[in-house]
Design a binder for this molecule. Sequence first.
Ligand code: G16
Length: 543
Amino acid sequence: MTAKSIQTKPIEGQKPGTSGLRKKTKTFMEPHYLENFIQAIWESIGGVKGKTLVLGGDGRYFNDRAAQVILRMAAASGAKKVIVGQNALMSTPAASNLIRQKKTDGGIIMSASHNPGGPDEDFGVKFNMPNGGPAPEEVTNRMVKATQSIKDYLILEAQDVDLSKRGATKLGDMEIDVVDPVKDYAQLMEQLFDFRAIKGLFEKGFTMRFDAMHAVTGPYAKAILEGRLGAPAGTVVNAEPKPDFGGGHPDPNPIWAKELMDLMMGEEAPDFGAASDGDGDRNMILGRGCYVGPSDSLAVLAANATLAPAYREGLKGVARSMPTSRALDRVAAKRGLDCYETPTGWKFFGNLLDDGRITLCGEESAGTGSDHVREKDGLWAVLLWLNILAKTGKSVQEIMDAHWAEFGRNFYSRHDYEAVDAKKANEMMDALRARLPDLPGTIIHGRTVEAANEFAYDDPVDGSRSEGQGLRVMFEDGGRIVYRLSGTGTVGATLRVYIEDVSDDPESFGDDPQDALADMIAIADELAGIEEHTGRDEPDVRT
Ligand code: G16
């Protein structure tokens, strides 16, 4: 087997967004596209000679082919070893765990997360660091630079490696270890949570449905919920990972997990419902007749985490991304915990976790996690919820009611306008940005603007600064509107508008967030001129 140097040229647009490089699958399949980016990853980390990496993906279309290319490129550049999930499958949190447990030099995860999969849909590649977390901006900036000056890449001429069989094998001089992607992760979960209490819950007839959305979490949820915890067979549905995720978006929200949503709101609802996304790092939580928004879920988990063995000693601190509702801040204030506000993107939690400043963190985009790995973790959130339900004996609705009664309620919703003309979306943001300095003191719909600015983050650990992280308008009465353009879409621009209002009046707690926020929603449109700029009079998705 010989390593060949293949001549290539820079390809435009190879710039990782919020989480890795995401493009149309067909783009990734174009000549040299994947190879150029992988070579750029090697460059950005000082090469892979003598290094050990983890490799896995969410099983979407092209996952298997890309894995073979990455292995041949790692071997050609002198990597010592690659630990690969069987059939090139591995959830993002499980990959993060394996990178940490095996003390590897990082890993590559092939995923476009919640984006749909298939030849006409999306593919993605991200690199995680030796701490198990997504590459920080400093490293992704080096990747971009490398893609812009690339002249050649190294690849081994070789047959495909059989990734369907577990065990050790070789590719040239490089060792390959094909592993069960579930085992180490399941063991970790068993250490964190009170499995005996959760088992007891199922023994008493507690019912649950977990929708794996035909994505990577299926085998994990089956092994843990039905295998180790004794949930009845059939608790996990859509459990087989499919290259096109069964034709849907593997995005656990009320729109894309509608089947689960309908079940949970109907007569036959089980006690608990949950779903996860393409690569297993997001989650959705539901009770009978009750949808728990991601920001509320984060706050509830923070308030009750000490019920789980791993967090019994208390939390070091907590963090949320800026657009996430400030329900978490209320918990932190009452419990005397430090609460950090970071830009959107899990990578920004890495330093806080590594430095021991926080134990738990999360985002409005259905991601919650803790210091057990360096990624958000869908099943982890589900298991922590189960642990809380088992220990308190309360229903999800009772937990929510008690939480709001103790801390007050942050009504919250995110409105997404998808595939908007990028130029128009940027013009809208530019126009609003220009008006921000004049907004404080202005009264809109009877509410006074307290502050308005563009969010920038100074990392307290390494001192790095990240600018341009979202436009926010805060009102004196506690309401807030945030505007951002998504960094994970692949077509045009996705405008995200995050709307929040607060209430301490228990009478209002039963209200539907869309109704409770009606006034703020109108203000959000008026302030930015969303309809005027984008031509859209309604969002595509409300979460
Ligand atoms: C990714 C990131 C998250 C981020 C989310 C939304 O999630 O890992 O940290 O909150 O995208 O980002 P944006 O608003 O820029 O689209 P995932 O689950 O797609 O990896």
